[in-house]
Design a protein around this ligand. Sequence first.
Ligand SMILES: Cc1cc2nc3c(=O)[nH]c(=O)nc-3n(C[C@H](O)[C@H](O)[C@H](O)COP(=O)(O)OP(=O)(O)OC[C@H]3O[C@@H](n4cnc5c(N)ncnc54)[C@H](O)[C@@H]3O)c2cc1C
Length: 429
Amino acid sequence: MWDFETDPEYQTELDWAAGFVTDEISPLRYVIDNPLNTADPIRQALIPPLQQTVREHGLWATHLGPELGGQGHGQVKLALLNEVLGGEPLAPIIFGCQAPDTGNAEILAHYGTEEHKRTYLGPLLNGEIFSCYSMTEPQGGSDPTEFTTTAVLDGHEWVINGEKWFSSNARYSAFLIVMCVTEPDNPTYQRQSMIIVPTDTPGIEIVRNVGLGDEQPDEGTHAYLRYNDVRVPRDNLLGGRGEGFLVAQTRLGGGRIHHAMRTVGMARQALQMMMERAVSRRTQGELLSKKQLVQEMVAESWLDLQQFRLLVLQTAWKIDKYHDYKRVRGDISAVKAAMPGVLNRIASRAMQVHGSLGLSNEMPFVEMLINGYHLGLADGPTEVHKTTLARSLLRDVKPADGLFPSTHLVAAREAARARYADVLATHQR
Ligand SMILES: Cc1cc2nc3c(=O)[nH]c(=O)nc-3n(C[C@H](O)[C@H](O)[C@H](O)COP(=O)(O)OP(=O)(O)OC[C@H]3O[C@@H](n4cnc5c(N)ncnc54)[C@H](O)[C@@H]3O)c2cc1C
């Protein structure tokens, strides 16, 4: 059965969320420097009360099951909510569904011990702390088999050494989930493990906080990290030894689709801005919206957005249905590969329609474009996801029996003529 409607009760919640984002959350970005910085008194005065309002409305971390303090709404409802939140950078934090914490929470929920859940998952889900996922290394991100950071057991402790690159939010995190080579002699995909490392553990060195685009050096949040003989308890292992890739898939599957849901919201915002400008700005005696080339930009953007949105929602629906990220890996890669292009195309057109104003720092389009490139890299580059998608599509395809394709018209015609030979013989034309 197909159903493209949101149930009216949930739509009421979404409408409330949309109003709340516009009225209460949007102004915050002009007064809060960094929403992750819990040492900032302005942040502390403004964000927690709004988080409390969201809790009272039953929309806090809704994708989580009730046992983890959520509503168990699943991914489709989260997708619809994230569309509302996606256009506003601070909104996911206020609704308890921001990256990379959602993915890290998924790992802890799946693989954490009771102690891990008490120490890390509980405060993370309550919005009291932030986390970091520390996987990519300076010598290579797309290919995790190249990673060299090691963790060696010494008595009851892991001793970690190595470097990680672009560990987002490390500077504001309470703990990191670090991918380390623990079983160097195992087959390639069973050599690494995931380990929880409290961020204040001695030996963790932030070489520098890398920023995006023209961010000032001290504003960056993507840490270049060095682990120098970092010691953590043996029990900080998440999953089994050598199961790092398995654990990563649990996290990255969710993380990728959540980014896509927010991208729908961001791209929709860009389209709305484009349309508003088109019906407001005049040139050569008429509105921009009367120019066919501008109309084409609007139409192409709507097509991009609508196709992508349906793909995201269908993938979210499959996740809810199968509860098996492995089974929907190809779908998630499709969403991941489509996402940067959709945002880039729509934001570029919106910027163009706004002329010089669009390129200026008085409109958010340049930020959106950088975000598009961010989405094409974080959680794996587009090229790798296209390859994953193609492999999953090709896996069960059988080769043609003979020299010619199974759909070869000559063979099809001959077969049809043989099948209907009697009819053709009776009704000779
Ligand atoms: C904003 C942002 C936030 C991030 N946050 C985190 C984080 O919190 N934690 C973390 O661990 N990492 C994080 N990353 C890192 C991200 O996961 C890596 O950037 C990504 O995996 C690509 O690795 P790389 O940057 O080393 O690129 P490389 O591996 O050097 O690849 C560069 C380019 O080579 C091409 N390429 C690579 N592999 C293939 C292939 N198989 N086929 C064809 N072409 C290919 C692609 O064009 C690719 O963009 C973040 C990245 C960004 C941009």
